[in-house]
Design a protein around this ligand. Structure first.
Ligand SMILES: [Fe+2]
Length: 286
């Protein structure tokens, strides 16, 4: 059997899938993987090396650590899925990353997350609006970031598990605000096969600093995104390709006396202002 007939036979083998979408996706996957093998003239040794890479990835994966998710990120697949599934008219989405927790506590709008830990005080504020710029009342914001040492609580036993993360309900006019800290760049995990691949490729292992945000409101498409301080290192070289132009936001010194008094902090502190735009959900046909 020659290559074209092997490819066609392998594609056809999925034609009876009970879910037609499964059949379509698998046939396309086979088509493009075969094309990759043919175009690269992949050797048996290289194919075995690829299988060994996947085996090592499986061996290091557990409930806390997913090497396949990281592989998807550093290949740019996670970002391309974001871009392809993005509804038009809203704020750009970006990667979720591995440090999201579902059990963040609901805190009052305006909460001070920074407490007395080290770091530059940063006032984050803005509004949640629809695609036409009209406020969305009482949207929920799920927020998380790393601490001044560059670590998330899951990586750092000295941090409270709820450090620098919360959910808040926005006001009726869509506004929200909270006091937090400047986030910092960090490296992706490098102790597994993906780290070895990055090293062998002489690739950057750093992500630029970012806030993680999930914005949701009934009737609107949920938004998973990140905000990147414009002055962060690696803003032009994110190893997981998560930076989008509209998500690069100035982090500027502020002399807002009212805010300084409210939180009892010194001026200047840092300030970031960003409005999120959500797109209406299209009602699915009955
Ligand atoms: Fe992150």
């Amino acid at each position: 059997m020659h290559q074209p007939s092997v490819t066609q036979a392998a594609m056809r083998s999925f034609s009876q899938a009970t879910d037609p979408r499964l059949g379509q996706v698998m046939a396309l996957l086979v088509k493009h993987l075969h094309a990759f093998v043919v175009e690269s003239k992949l050797t048996k040794q290289e194919w075995l090396c690829g299988l060994e890479f996947l085996t090592q990835s499986a061996n290091i994966t557990d409930s806390e650590r997913n090497e396949f998710s990281l592989l998807s990120d550093i290949l740019g697949i996670s970002s391309i899925v974001d871009v392809v599934s993005q509804p038009e008219g809203g704020t750009s989405s970006s990667v979720l990353g591995p440090f999201h927790n579902h059990d963040s506590l609901v805190r009052p709008n305006g909460v001070n997350l920074s407490g007395d830990q080290p770091g530059q005080k940063t006032w984050l504020h803005g509004r949640v609006l629809d695609a036409q710029g009209q406020p969305i009342a009482y949207a929920e914001i799920d927020f998380w970031q790393n601490a001044d040492n560059g670590l998330y609580p899951a990586q750092d036993p000295l941090q409270d598990p709820h450090n620098l993360r919360c959910k808040i309900l926005c006001e009726a006019d869509g506004s929200f605000n909270l006091l937090t800290l400047r986030p910092h760049p960090y490296t992706v995990p490098t102790d597994g096969p993906v780290g070895a691949l990055l090293a062998a490729s002489q690739r950057n292992i750093w992500r630029p600093a970012h806030f993680h945000v999930i914005v949701s409101a009934p009737g609107y498409v949920g938004l998973v995104t990140e905000l990147f301080p414009a002055d962060s290192a690696y803003i032009d070289n994110d190893t997981v390709f998560g930076v989008r132009e509209g998500l690069i936001v100035p982090l500027l010194p502020s002399h807002n006396l009212e805010v300084a008094k409210r939180y009892g902090i010194e001026m200047p502190f840092l300030e970031m202002n960003f409005d999120f735009h959500l797109v209406r959900q299209i009602a699915s046909p009955a």
